[in-house]
Design a protein around this ligand. Structure first.
Ligand SMILES: [Zn+2]
Length: 297
């Protein structure tokens, strides 16, 4: 989905950092804009020259991240995978005035993946497992909607583990022929015991051991941007701890529902699971992306 003009715009934004005066905020790189379900819409909100108030924005009743780049304010909106394509409305409050800002979401067909799982206990859940999984899903949902106001948020991530990209975001999965929720993260193929690092500066929002996700760390980067690191073998951080970009969070593993060791990494923005690749500059140069239709991740 890289149009030439989008790439050119991105390059211009990057170059502008070197050419122009000090940006208003410490982090100025925007994620790649991709107006599709599971993508990120970057919506300009007007001048961010000194003296202008930072706008506040909402999608429904969920606050939305605002940042500045090249002397402009931008809303950076996470678009849920189940969002209906078409015109949508962002509420924008500047000073005392609130207005509606339209933006468009285009349709996207994600590929399908059919998986055969031999361990049926992970597909056909017992009543006890089902009850546990449902409790955890609602607890995780609450974490994903957490909002911690922060002065600024680093929107440029590092890949949290060194390995081949083995499963991309948005793939529509079928386990033993039955439709399951789409793949809401990115899989990195790594052996158990591989260091897993924070993709950006933040605070540890929660750690847990979940039926599906296994041992998981949630890092809150501020302003509704949260990352999740799943299936870990070991967790080395505690809730509330501040972590820097690249800091060790734990070691990869295969806890929870995983047929083999790998890191499942998710990015949440204003409560929506979005494509992590949009936050990694130059990820397309990591040519190791393998569309593995044969195995689950
Ligand atoms: Zn995964």
């Amino acid at each position: 989905m890289h149009t030439f003009s989008a790439i050119a715009l991105r390059i211009c934004r990057r170059l502008s950092l070197f050419v122009l005066a000090v940006p208003l905020l410490a982090y100025a790189s925007l994620p790649e804009s991709s107006n599709v379900p599971g993508g990120v819409a970057v919506v300009p909100l007007g001048s961010a020259l000194t003296g202008t108030n930072k706008p506040q924005t909402w999608l429904g009743d969920q606050p939305v991240l605002v940042t500045s780049d090249h002397d402009q304010w931008y809303a950076v909106i996470g678009l849920p995978l189940d969002m209906t394509p078409g015109s949508h409305e962002l509420s924008v409050k500047i000073g005392d005035e609130t207005k509606a800002q339209q933006f468009v979401v285009n349709p996207k067909d994600y590929p399908e993946q059919h998986v055969t799982l031999k361990d049926k206990s992970k597909v056909e859940l017992s009543a006890a497992d089902l009850a546990r999984a449902e409790r955890e899903i609602s607890a995780i949902k609450e974490l994903k909607h957490h909002w911690r106001p922060a002065q600024d948020t680093d929107l440029t991530f590092i890949v949290p583990a060194e390995g081949q990209l083995a499963g991309r975001f948005g793939v529509r999965r079928f386990f033993n022929g039955e439709p399951r929720s789409p793949h809401a993260g990115l899989d990195v193929a790594v052996a158990s015991g591989t260091p897993v690092k924070a993709s950006a500066q933040g605070q540890v929002l929660a750690v847990g051991d979940y039926f599906f996700n296994g041992k998981t760390v949630f890092v809150d980067h501020g302003n509704g941007l949260i990352t999740m690191y799943c299936h870990l073998e070991r967790i080395d951080v505690r809730t509330g701890e501040t972590v820097s970009k690249g800091q060790l969070l734990g070691l990869s593993g295969k806890t929870g529902r995983a047929t083999g060791p790998h890191l499942h990494w998710s990015v949440v923005l204003n409560g929506a699971m979005v494509d992590p690749e949009l936050f990694i500059p130059g990820i397309s140069s990591l040519t190791a992306i393998a569309e593995q239709s044969r195995k689950t991740k």
